[in-house]
Design a protein around this ligand. Structure first.
Ligand SMILES: [Fe+2]
Length: 261
C-alpha cells in the first residue's frame, strides 16, 4: 500500500517573524510532530509550494531545519510565494529538472507521482510552460501502464471563489496533456488555502487547506475572511484499484483574523 503526506502553503518566515498574525514556522513544527506521531510509516512527504512567505533565504534555512526532523523522504515543488534562486541557494541546484523548474517524478509501489512547478516569477497565478507540458506528456507516456498522481501548487479547476482569477493561467494544455494518460487518479494542489474536491473534464481534483490561514467559503464572491485554522495536511493511501485522500487537521481553530491597517 502506498502512503504519503502532502503539505502545502507553509509560508515560513524567518525566526521571530509572523505572517498574517500567524507563526507559520511554529505551525510547521506542529505538522512535523503530527507526521512523526501518525505517519512515520509513510513512504514520503511532498511540500507543494508556497514554502516561504516572502521567499527570503533565512526563511528557507528555517524551513530546512524544521523539515530535517521528518522521519520520511521529502520531495519539493514551488508556489507563487517562493523565490526560486533563494530556494536553490539553500536547498541546492539538483532540484532543477530539465524543464528549468522544480519538477520531479517519483516511481514507487506501482504508481508514478509527478510534481510540477507552477510558479512563474512575477506572477501570482500559475504557469506551466511549453517545456513542462512536453515533459509531462513524455513522463505520462512512460507510465501508461500505471496509475499517476499529479501534485502542483496551483489549482487548475475553478472553485467558484474569489481567487479563481489566480488559478492556472491556461489550463487547457494541462488538461489535454493529462488526457493522454488512461489512469490519472488525482490532481492535488494547494494555493487556495481551502479544502475541496471536484471532478472536471473527467478528472479528479483536490485542494488542501495547508499550513497558513484558511479561507472561508460562506461568502465566496465577496472578499474572503481569513481563518486561523485549520492547519491541514493530506494523507494519501493508494493501491492498484483505489486512491483515497484523507485530511488531517493538525491545528484546529476557526477564529477570524483581523489585520491592522
Ligand atoms: Fe499560499
Amino acid at each position: 500500500m502506498l502512503k504519503f503526506v502532502v503539505m502545502s502553503d507553509l509560508h515560513v518566515m524567518p525566526q521571530g517573524e509572523l505572517s498574517m498574525t500567524l507563526d507559520t514556522g511554529a505551525r510547521l513544527e506542529q505538522a512535523v510532530d503530527a507526521v512523526i506521531a501518525r505517519y512515520g510509516d509513510a513512504d514520503f512527504c511532498v511540500l507543494a509550494g508556497d514554502l516561504a512567505d516572502l521567499g527570503q533565504p533565512a526563511a528557507y534555512r528555517r524551513l530546512k531545519a524544521i523539515i530535517a526532523r521528518l522521519p520520511i523522504p521529502v520531495h519539493i515543488t514551488l508556489g507563487n510565494h517562493d523565490h526560486r534562486p533563494s530556494f536553490l541557494s539553500v536547498f541546492g541546484d539538483h532540484f532543477v529538472a530539465e524543464t528549468g523548474k522544480i519538477d520531479k517524478i517519483i516511481d514507487i509501489k506501482g504508481y508514478r507521482i509527478i510534481l510540477l512547478d507552477s510558479s512563474e516569477p512575477g506572477r501570482v497565478d500559475g504557469v506551466l510552460t511549453q517545456a513542462q507540458i512536453a515533459w509531462l506528456k513524455a513522463r505520462l507516456a512512460e507510465a501508461a501502464d500505471r496509475p499517476v498522481i499529479v501534485i502542483l501548487h496551483h489549482n487548475a479547476n475553478a472553485l467558484h471563489i474569489e481567487s479563481d482569477n489566480i488559478a492556472i493561467l491556461d489550463p487547457e494544455a494541462f488538461i489535454q496533456a493529462l488526457k493522454t494518460h488512461p489512469d490519472i487518479r488525482q490532481v492535488i494542489a494547494g494555493h487556495v488555502h481551502l479544502t475541496s474536491t471536484a471532478t472536471w473534464r473527467g478528472l479528479s481534483f483536490t485542494t488542501l487547506s495547508g499550513n497558513h490561514y484558511s479561507c472561508s467559503v460562506d461568502q465566496p464572491h465577496i472578499p474572503m475572511r481569513r481563518l486561523a485554522g485549520p492547519g491541514q495536511m493530506a494523507f494519501i493511501i493508494a493501491d492498484a484499484d483505489s486512491t483515497t485522500v484523507l485530511f488531517d487537521d493538525y491545528i484546529d481553530g476557526n477564529d477570524e483574523i483581523f489585520l491592522e491597517d
